[in-house]
Design a protein around this ligand. Sequence first.
Ligand code: CA
Length: 223
Amino acid sequence: MKILIVEDELSIVEFIRYNLEAENYEVEYALDGEEAIEKIKKGDIDLILMDLMLPKIDGVTLTKLLRKNTQTATIPIIMLTAKSTEIDKVVGLEVGADDYITKPFSIRELIARIKALLRRSSTAAQGSDVLQIGNLVINEEEFTATLGDKELELTLKEFLLLKILVENRGKVLTRDFLLDKVWGYDYVGESRTVDVHIRHLRSKLGEDADFIKTVRGMGYKAQ
Ligand code: CA
């Protein structure tokens, strides 16, 4: 995880950097708005700590710019605001910052905010790769299926079979279709192969296997 500190006071940069590195984050910093843009353009920043009053381009303008660009719109931003001298924290959130912290801040508080924000943003990012049916959650990116809080030990074929059934929830899928999708067009298999894998899948799902229905003479469906 790489964090960019955008802050013109080097002593603050050094203080934050020291503490973040101790937490095993990679840290980059920029002392003004233009330098920040150059660093962000490289595309490997996971979170930005943004001071408001900066030389060249201020924090509010920079945040607005980042939010308008599709490449940078979703990078989490925490604003560093100083109580009396700098712009009201509400403005920071209005222009698109995800969170703010008021100077002088406790470094522990800052790290807690960073961790919470990174957790939220990674959950949001994988949102589209997760399928759910009842207690069962299938994560396509990680190739995992969990039932409640228990991870199922599935073979790759079982995983793919389960994923296709859940993706096509409500539709009857023929054995030939499933053979094609899971084993590929070249596979010279019997439809019995599908039945065997469904049986294994059902036994691994236990009493939660109810949603996999056998449609006599046709195939299977999830419902
Ligand atoms: Ca400043």
